[in-house]
Design a protein around this ligand. Sequence first.
Ligand SMILES: NC(=O)C1=CN([C@@H]2O[C@H](COP(=O)(O)OP(=O)(O)OC[C@H]3O[C@@H](n4cnc5c(N)ncnc54)[C@H](O)[C@@H]3O)[C@@H](O)[C@H]2O)[C@@H](O)CC1
Ligand SMILES: [K+]
Length: 478
Amino acid sequence: MITSDRMAAVDRNAEALGVPRKQLMESSGNAVARGVRRLADPGAAVAVVAGRGNNGGDAFVAARFLDDYDVSVRLLGRPESIATDIARENWEALRTAEYDAETVTDSADLDLADPDVVVDGMLGTGVTGALREPAATAAEAINDLDAQVLSIDVPSGVDADTGESAGVAVDDDRVVTFHDEKPGLQALDADVTVADIGIPEAAERFTGPGDLLALGRPSQSHKGDFGEVLVVGGGPYTGAPALAAQSALRAGADLVRVACPESVAREIQGYSENLILRPYDGDHLASEHVEDVLSLAAEHDVAVLGPGLGNREATLAAVEEFLEEYDGTVVVDADALQVVPGIETDATLLCTPHQGELRKMGGETDDDWRARSDLVAAFADDLGHVLLVKGAYDVISDGDETRVNRTGNPGMTVGGTGDVLAGAAGALACVLPPLQAAAAAAYANGRAGDEAVEANGYGLLATDLIDRLPAALRSETQ
Ligand SMILES: NC(=O)C1=CN([C@@H]2O[C@H](COP(=O)(O)OP(=O)(O)OC[C@H]3O[C@@H](n4cnc5c(N)ncnc54)[C@H](O)[C@@H]3O)[C@@H](O)[C@H]2O)[C@@H](O)CC1
Ligand SMILES: [K+]
């Protein structure tokens, strides 16, 4: 089962692995043609109705695999309005090869005659809202025919994730969908074929630029849309909370505050004017501060708990109280991690241990990333929280889904890169579910580290990663 967003991410990851989208489209169209062969014999009349997106692109490809049928192709819209190069190239190939391929801009001109089979390639996972003209009238015309209907990926007008249609939709006998079942197809009583289109399993297993697509920012955003993060850290250390806080800003948070002991507040503020300090008295976090830190955390989207906190008994007791009371989203890192296995909490935790900290939490690890993936997934399932276990290959799991991140390099063992990762995860957890946030953070942090090692060799510093996060978080530049 795969959602449309995840399908788009996997599609993009496949491209980054070296399997171009046009190749996927070729496989999709071929699978659709095989679906037609299951419905009718050569010589039968096949009416292909195509939209302006890649669903239509699949339809154009399918026509090329049906030369022994009587095929007509109708594009709903003008060729120049075709939304992608790969779809347009497949349309142009039909025209150059002199297929019966015409455009229809007014649904009154859509004359489907009396075909044996209709291929519905109007809209797939890109549909938004109720079908607009001419697709709406075309869908009704298709439904009125007594031909057999084969829909590409999703019946046009149906939402692939919910199975609902905001207006008219093609009602189907058959659907050929790609790569994996779509949640919305279960609800339909159509006969669904899932076609393998050659997307490597690695496109789902390994993080890639596709895992950043969900970060695309709607243009009309305003302050506070992209999250406010509270870093709870510092005392005795001061660099760690400052690194985490600056990283959260660079990873897109609108506001980042640092709750820290009075004794180190000025020093932490001294690292950057971008940080807003919320000092509490004394020189380490203790139970008397938990009340205030809880109410402060409640004013933020995500808390990052741990950087530089130290492991005094009193501080770990305060961490335990905070986590048992809090019900928001918390990235837990460094010394705070050892508290997690023993607590009951309603909070959503995103834990970011390295392998030593994982063992201290009671988890097991293994040098082989495949074995480590299974061990981390099992431990995440036990814990009931998301784990991002750092290593040469980072393993991210919520116990149900597991992803592996391959970016990064040995130069990143330098102190502080874990604080940068925790801060980035905190910012992304404001806008993404925790598993996706952890995968995207691991991917971007490692990419920033790979850029930094290009520039500075293994003399790279954690601060070199922070300024490189914005570029590392853009999917189109990879
Ligand atoms: N993601 C993948 O891995 C793959 C996707 N492929 C195909 O690509 C399809 C998705 O393509 P796209 O993202 O281009 O989207 P679609 O082709 O589903 O539709 C997008 C087009 O329809 C228009 N549109 C959207 N809502 C509409 C409405 N309510 N009424 C009328 N027109 C509307 C949009 O303006 C856009 O031009 C999939 O369904 C599948 O068929 C395949 O090529 C293979 C691989
Ligand atoms: K369709």
